[in-house]
Design a protein around this ligand. Structure first.
Ligand code: ATP
Length: 233
């Protein structure tokens, strides 16, 4: 995926100001930045949930800028939104099946459902429980599994470890690493800077709507500006 000089505004306030980045297939691309830097805005704009003021997003050589979100989903771009957007009154099983309603996923729904129960044993134990009664970490697992039910080729994670216990944070990172090992293309937005840079092939620092630094995850982990501003070292 290529994001080319993308600008997005809320009214007169520019939230993204000419952001360019490239996401290589099969890699983890991590985005870090302070609160309000525009990370969620970038993910929502790529997903077709926010209008773009200027610039372009392309995927597989196709211009997808401004396409409606369901079309972007159909192309295989999945999203695990901030705050675990599960359907609270539906059961775990129903939530998972909802993930496979898009055309590209229907034929593989049974197979993927079985794979998800394997990957997320905690969900298997709770299939008939209402999703809203799951713990925060379990809801995050469900949100990830539901996204995978849609057969994405690229997944965007927005703060997947936010508000989770240390054990659950570890579990979320273990799953993201597993997806990376399976060859999934991943965009990861995280406050947990050390862990997300360690996982990153490529990483970008976003500050007040602009990319101010980029490099491999290892390069940014060693960068004195990142160490001071984001790792408190
Ligand atoms: P955080 O880490 O705190 O989630 P973020 O990097 O994801 O931050 P965004 O949520 O993308 O940041 O917000 C970028 C800027 O756009 C902020 O200044 C925010 O106040 C503003 N903004 C976000 N959503 C809206 C909206 N619906 N209307 C007006 N301004 C908005």
């Amino acid at each position: 995926m290529i994001v080319d000089t993308l600008s997005v505004a809320y009214g007169d306030a520019l939230a993204l100001d000419g952001v360019s980045l490239s996401v290589q297939s099969g890699e983890v691309t991590t985005l870090i930045g302070t609160n309000g830097a525009g990370k969620t805005t970038l993910i929502r704009a790529i997903a077709g949930l926010l209008p773009v003021r200027s610039g372009q997003v392309s995927f597989d050589g196709r211009d997808i800028t401004g396409r409606p979100s369901h079309r972007i989903c159909d192309l295989g771009i999945g999203q695990v939104a901030e705050g675990r957007q599960v359907f609270p009154t539906l059961s775990v099983r129903e939530n998972l099946l909802m993930g496979a309603v898009i055309p590209r996923a229907r034929a593989l729904a049974d197979e993927t459902y079985a794979a998800m129960l394997d990957l997320f044993p905690r969900l298997q134990e709770r299939l008939h429980q209402a999703a809203g009664t799951l713990s925060g970490g379990e809801q995050q697992m469900l949100a990830i599994a539901r996204c995978l039910m849609g057969q994405p080729r690229l997944i965007m994670f927005d703060e997947p470890s936010l508000g989770l216990s240390p054990a659950m944070v570890g579990e979320v990172f273990r799953i993201i690493r597993r997806l990376k090992d399976q060859g999934m293309t991943i965009i990861l937005v995280e406050q947990n800077v050390a862990a997300s840079l360690a996982l990153a092939d490529q990483a970008y620092v976003l500050e007040t709507g602009r990319i101010t630094l980029s490099g491999t995850g290892q390069t940014l982990l060693r960068d004195p500006r990142v160490r001071e501003a984001y790792l408190g070292l």
